[in-house]
Design a protein around this ligand. Sequence first.
Ligand SMILES: NC(=O)c1ccc[n+]([C@@H]2O[C@H](COP(=O)([O-])OP(=O)(O)OC[C@H]3O[C@@H](n4cnc5c(N)ncnc54)[C@H](O)[C@@H]3O)[C@@H](O)[C@H]2O)c1
Ligand SMILES: N[C@@H](CCO)C(=O)O
Ligand code: NA
Length: 445
Amino acid sequence: MAAESATSRKTKAGADRPLRVGIAGLGTVGGGVVKLLTENRDVLLQHCPRAIEVVAVSARDRKKDRGLDLSQLDWCDDALALASHPKVDVVVELIGGSDGPAKALVEAAIANGKHVVTANKALLAHHGTALALAAERASLGLAYEAAVAGGIPVIKAMREGLAANRIEHVYGILNGTCNYILTQMRETGREFADVLAEAQALGYAEADPSFDVDGIDAAHKLSILTSVAFGCAVDFDGIRVSGIRNVSAMDIVYAEELGYRIKLLGLSRLTEHGVEQRVHACMVPQSSVIAKVDGVFNAVVTNGNFVGQNVAIGRGAGAGPTASAVVSDLMDIARDRILPAFSAPAETLRKLPSAPVGRRIGAFYLRLMVVDKPGVVADIAAIMRDEHVSMEAMIQRARQPGGPVPIVLTTHETTEAAIARVVVKLDQVEAILEPAHVMPIEMLA
Ligand SMILES: NC(=O)c1ccc[n+]([C@@H]2O[C@H](COP(=O)([O-])OP(=O)(O)OC[C@H]3O[C@@H](n4cnc5c(N)ncnc54)[C@H](O)[C@@H]3O)[C@@H](O)[C@H]2O)c1
Ligand SMILES: N[C@@H](CCO)C(=O)O
Ligand code: NA
């Protein structure tokens, strides 16, 4: 692979020698990239006459059998050596983590004049703007298609195919593990913890599964999408994040009965008060496009002022889909197609104010566990009336004789501030035994 063969030299237009790649990290994604570059070599040469050759690699354990032939490649015990490796044109960072060796490697690679391709959403969520600035000042590429929704070409679509539009909002299912867990909970009636163990066994979850189930992984991806969509600085800290640990099998049953489905979404919108970035479980109409995206699949929905709604669905994780995205980034570099990382030149990216949470308008689902006695419903209705929150539907059904009874309410549109006040007052009602279980309802198409 390292040797420059006759077929790997320039065949049509383009540079006169292969693009030489150094890969750091040979796990799920790194292994997939080496495999794709080998097995799809003919396809790549057909689409991009400049060959792409892996010349050097680095991973933690040299002796590990990965089922890959690495014998012709330079092995670097220290990944940082790739950043100054004389044969390497592009460093592919597939180690992971927002700081530590991944960040050091990417910074050093750029400082040494090497392009960077990464799948590392945590790194970009925390340091994306600064890294893009460094890369652009050096006229280098910083490409990361695999980092957001894995194999779905969402970055390319937004930055290039939809570039003529003012993007109004973007939202999506950005974490396959959560979508898998919620789908399994719905299909089997099982509880969260039970299904999480299965997702981990199947290899979908991040090394630290709390990144998946607490919404952090989805928030990493959303922060990047927001920047590409609105041409602003990446602002991970501006995202309101919660995950799916508190979604119960009971909420899933009620959602179905009310005509909704529960999804963990990342949503980003420009409002007159600033940018609104949220990651949380919510109910969406069963008829919406996003409701039908199940299992490990991801989906990204954008709305552009001329194009209208655009939907992309595909695999957000796994060796094949992520390798597909990493190698397409390498092909762009091989073709000398170097674009600003975030749709606008990094020098122009500014942090936008975050829209105030309390002013957001939306509908809500509330589940209250109550003692079944006269007057409880009247108390609840009075609290809602006093806060001018209008009820849309109510379900009360005894689950077990003598036990607490769930009362489920949905509201018409109201503000988050009003719902927060309702929840505080409900908490003071003696007959309501648990804090209210609240979930936003997103009326998506
Ligand atoms: N797995 C997926 O489906 C997926 C999807 C999208 C993005 N990503 C991202 O891709 C990156 C890699 O993920 P992965 O799933 O392949 O991880 P992984 O744990 O399977 O592989 C990580 C690799 O990095 C190596 N490594 C760790 N520390 C190192 C160091 N200091 N120097 C050199 N190598 C080192 C490990 O030996 C291993 O080979 C992460 O940023 C992840 O978030 C993964
Ligand atoms: N753990 C992530 C992998 C892809 O980033 C997911 O479940 O979507
Ligand atoms: Na992608």
